[in-house]
Design a protein around this ligand. Structure first.
Ligand code: FMN
Length: 208
């Protein structure tokens, strides 16, 4: 059976819930990407969204190393990915590595929220991407030490995730049937009752 990108995209939307922002509703993580590059203006807009994320002490500890396809940064990020991620992610026109500064600038003390804040900035970035019709797919499965070395990340920065960015492509272009099946599989989520609690072990009653 063949699955067209547009139909797959729509099948992946979160169920419509009254009031949820359209970009949150539409965001999902494809592995198939088109060749089409991302415009510099769109890229700038994504980082503008990330820029306005909240952070502990307003430290803004996030840094993004952005590799456009054809550049050595894209190649270096690719080289650190595990083989599974290497089989699809390098097609994305943009690969970026998110890292977080682990010491506060105001007093050099440890910032225990550095990765948390990087995650918040990345969340805004991926939602803004969805609003622009762009696809993102974050990855944790890469060699952190190799990434640190290849991209010359200082020791006082924690390695976060790699994000592939571009336009969703045809699932049929993925390298094997298993990945195509994953690409078109329904998305799953825990019910609110599992993670919204009024006391430990007690689901919050949000709706009477
Ligand atoms: C920190 C992080 C690490 C991830 N690592 C990988 C990865 O190495 N390879 C991969 O294919 N997907 C990876 N994912 C994607 C998740 O599997 C995906 O976000 C999750 O299944 C939910 O799907 P959705 O983003 O389409 O809602 C990662 C996502 C996050 C946030």
């Amino acid at each position: 059976m063949s699955f067209r990108a547009e139909a797959v995209d729509q099948s992946k939307y979160a169920p419509a819930v009254e009031g949820i922002l359209p970009a949150i509703h539409r965001r999902w993580s494809p592995r198939a990407f088109q060749d089409r590059p991302v415009s510099p203006a769109d890229l700038a807009q994504l980082f503008e969204a990330a820029r306005w994320a909240p952070s502990s002490y307003n430290e803004q500890p996030w840094r993004f190393l952005v590799g456009l396809r054809g550049t050595s940064t894209h190649q270096k990020i690719t080289s650190t990915l595990i083989p599974f991620n290497q089989s699809w992610a390098p097609k994305a026109p943009v690969l970026m590595l998110g890292v977080a500064k682990t010491r506060f600038s105001h007093d050099n003390s440890a910032n225990d929220y550095a990765l948390y804040d990087l995650g918040a900035a990345t969340a805004l970035l991926v939602v803004q991407a969805a609003a622009l019709g762009l696809a993102t797919h974050q990855m944790g499965a890469f060699d952190h030490a190799a990434a640190r070395k290849a991209l010359e990340i200082p020791e006082d920065y924690l390695i976060g995730s790699v994000t592939a960015l571009g336009y969703q492509g045809e699932p049929a272009l993925l390298p094997n049937e298993r990945m195509i099946a994953q690409e078109v599989a329904p998305r799953t989520r825990k019910p609110l009752s599992e993670f919204v609690l009024s006391a430990w072990g007690q689901p919050a009653r949000l709706v009477e």
